[in-house]
Design a protein around this ligand. Structure first.
Ligand SMILES: [Fe+2]
Length: 454
């Protein structure tokens, strides 16, 4: 088995954006072999950013080509990902589901002269997000490496538990809160010892068993979000239970609709949406459940501008924890791989949520959430000013923009480093800095294979 550096089995490694090179690499590190690693351009998002423009939905006209509905596709599964607008009815439908802004491709349809390009929008979001950095140092009582073992145990147990509970509910059984409370308590303990451990693990997910893993991930992220917001532990316990059970109503949705890998019909879409009311109903009948937990489950699809469901609540009509749950729910959904789409990496997902906070979320809460997750959380592939590519392996102690990065590849010399190098970007002698995140799929790199996460 080859060691470090990874062996290049044919040709030279493609530089970012060169666009034509697809090289096969064989990489081995930390006992993990990545075979047939292909490097080349990233077609995610597609198109030339110069011709992709952001449009208000009120500006839409028949003949425009929708490049990206910009809405968290899971919210509107009856849409194709892209669409040439052929009727006013289609435009009305887009507006009716609460989409205010989307992206059009002006090379495939009508243009809007003064609309900003996607590149301009991205630049503005990057600038605005960089202003959020006022990181509060986290109290860590157990080192990351040590806590990861316990965190993995918590995650496995919670997933097993929610799988069993959901199957029981499908058979008409009641939820027994005691086991849920115990699982939440264990997750809280881990997060209070070292927040990064369990939250990093929550980003390691497969597309199998999405419903169960999503429940656990939303729970982990809600506990972390509450902790960062200085919510007291007694309340976090209640919120954690609501978060773990927030989608329990999905067990009342026919399995073929729940797992349908294609566009839903209007009727199926309504069945899917009904899971929120069902969650509320099931939890209302659960002995010992708190009002806060019911609110988390019952409001996680409400949106700040009133475009959510089931009650179209607006602004402060949505409880504080309901608003937090809506952000967390979308974040986990859009970072997850599904049969019909590839999940976004964390940094891109946070940018999207930041963009959507104009309408769908409370912007102040979104900023708090970004601080909770960190702009470059553990496992993010980043490009440094020096040209090195690396994987974030520890959160920054003082600033979320200055984490510890494990450098693995030199993009200027187009080769892997002779050995991985850990760079603490907050260290006094360090002159390097992060320019931005890189898409792991662009480099066909699995970032978690390069850090000793497990
Ligand atoms: Fe949901």
């Amino acid at each position: 088995m080859p060691g470090w550096p990874p062996t290049i089995s044919s040709g030279a490694v493609g530089q970012n954006g060169s666009g034509s090179i697809n090289n096969i690499l064989s990489v081995a590190k930390f006992g993990v072999i990545i075979s047939n690693v292909k490097m080349g351009i990233d077609n995610r998002g597609g198109g030339n950013p110069g011709v992709i423009k952001k449009a208000q939905t009120t500006q839409l006209r028949v003949g425009m080509f929708v490049h990206d509905f910009n809405c968290g596709w899971l919210e509107n599964p009856f849409f194709a990902k892209q669409l040439l607008l052929k009727s006013e009815k289609e435009i009305e439908k887009i507006i009716s589901v609460g989409i205010h802004e989307l992206y059009i491709d002006t090379s495939k349809g009508l243009d809007i002269a003064n609309a900003p390009t996607e590149a301009e929008v991205k630049k503005e979001i990057r600038t605005e997000m960089a202003k959020i950095d006022d990181h509060k140092a986290e109290v860590i009582t157990v080192p990351m490496k040590e806590e990861l073992k316990e965190a993995q145990k918590c995650k496995t147990e919670a997933k097993k538990l929610i799988t069993n509970i959901m199957q029981d509910v499908r058979m008409g059984k009641q939820v027994e809160l005691e086991s849920v409370d115990n699982a939440v308590e264990n997750m809280m303990d881990s997060i209070f010892r070292n927040q990064g451990a369990l939250t990093s693990l929550s980003r390691l997910k497969s597309k199998d068993e999405y419903t169960f893993m999503h429940s656990v991930n939303v729970c982990v992220l809600m506990i972390s979000f509450c902790k960062s917001s200085d919510v007291d532990k007694a309340t976090i316990r209640k919120i954690g239970s609501g978060a773990l059970l927030h989608d329990i109503g999905k067990m009342q949705v026919p399995q073929e609709v729940l797992n349908k890998p294609a566009k839903l019909t209007d009727e199926e879409f309504e069945q899917m949406r009904s899971h929120v009311v069902q969650s509320k109903l099931i939890l209302s009948k659960t002995d010992g459940i708190s009002q806060e937990a019911i609110e988390v489950a019952g409001q996680h699809h409400e949106r700040y501008d009133g475009s959510g469901y089931p009650d179209k609540l607006k602004g402060a009509e949505i409880s504080h924890f309901g608003q937090m749950a809506s952000i967390v729910d979308v974040y986990d959904a859009i970072t997850s791989d599904r049969v019909y789409h590839k999940g976004l990496d964390s940094t891109d997902a946070l940018k999207k949520i930041f963009e959507w906070s104009k309408f769908h979320f409370d912007p102040v809460l979104v900023q708090l959430f970004i601080k909770t997750v960190g702009i470059y959380p553990v496992g993010t592939l980043v490009r440094l000013e020096s040209g090195l590519l690396g994987v974030v392996c520890e959160p920054g102690k003082e600033s979320m923009l200055k984490p510890v990065v494990r450098a693995i590849y030199d993009s200027k010399r187009e080769r892997f480093l002779s050995a991985p190098k850990d760079l603490d970007l907050a260290a006094s002698g360090n002159a390097d800095r992060i320019l931005g995140s890189e898409s792991p799929s662009k480099w066909n790199i699995k970032p978690f294979d390069f850090i000793e996460i497990l």
